[in-house]
Design a protein around this ligand. Structure first.
Ligand SMILES: [Zn+2]
Ligand SMILES: [Zn+2]
Length: 261
């Protein structure tokens, strides 16, 4: 299937999804994505779950989206990126990954609230406005197919699909493949994560290389922790010939001391 076919198919399924959403409102009253309380629309949050969320805004690190103090003009880099720049060009995150957002993100990750993708995509599109303006293609970080079968969907794919629908940028789930199942990242330290996600974990199939040659790609994922997974994906994409790789995530880990209060 060509990329254009995929996009058309996706537009059709999105339209059906919207219809289904309206039908759902009659059958199931909308519930808060955080706590399950009644709210006034599907995909909404109650005031108690909404208020403590930390939406990230500039100034932030141009490379990784880390919130920075001050308001110096022009792109700035955090100390980590000055010392060891990531494999991608620019990075943005919509939310701080903290006590307030963790439950929201995990429920989405573990397939309890897949309908949250539309809400999260709106937040991500706002945070990644400048990245998306110049993007040719959105590429979600893939799950290994065994894990995909178990879970039923790839949360990064759902986010990429919804952002694509909102912003009119094509997306493709077939650009990156996981070559082997990596152990779950949960509970691993930074060094163990890097060892777990080696460059060999991802590949661009030979027949998909033409689709990304010279293209500006935005990699999409749910959470940025150490950046090991996104870095491995970015390296593989660059080696396969794309022009640039930016990164857009729903939430990123931040040190509480760095986040402006
Ligand atoms: Zn709530
Ligand atoms: Zn940085």
């Amino acid at each position: 299937m060509s990329l254009a076919d995929r996009v058309r198919l996706d537009a059709t399924s999105a339209a059906l999804g919207r219809l289904a959403g309206r039908a759902l409102d009659f059958l199931l009253p909308p519930r808060c994505l955080g706590c399950g309380e009644r709210v006034d629309r599907q995909g909404g949050l109650c005031a108690a779950c909404w208020a403590p969320l930390r939406f990230l805004r500039p100034p932030w690190c141009e490379r990784c989206g880390w919130p920075l103090p001050g308001d110096a003009p022009g792109p700035q880099l955090c100390p980590a990126c000055q010392g060891r720049p990531p494999a991608w060009e620019r990075g943005r995150a919509a939310l701080a990954y903290d006590e307030a957002s963790r439950g929201l993100v995990l429920r989405f990750k573990h397939a309890e609230r897949p309908e949250a993708a539309a809400t999260f995509a709106r937040w991500m599109a706002a945070a990644g406005r400048d990245l998306l303006a110049g993007a040719d293609l959105l590429v979600p970080v893939p799950l290994h197919r065994w894990r995909l079968l178990r879970r039923g969907y790839n949360q990064a794919g759902l986010l990429a699909r919804e952002i694509a629908r909102l912003e009119g940028v094509p997306w493709s789930p077939s650009i990156l493949r996981r070559r082997r199942a990596t152990a779950s990242q949960q509970g691993l330290g930074a060094a163990a994560r890097r060892a777990n996600v080696t460059a060999t974990a991802f590949a661009v199939p030979e027949r998909r290389r033409e689709a990304i040659a010279g293209r500006r790609i935005v990699l999409v994922d749910d959470v940025l922790t150490t950046g090991a997974t996104l870095g491995a994906c970015a390296r593989v994409l660059r080696e396969a010939g794309c022009a640039r790789v930016d990164v857009l995530v729903l939430a990123r880990v931040v040190k509480p001391t760095v986040v402006p209060i």
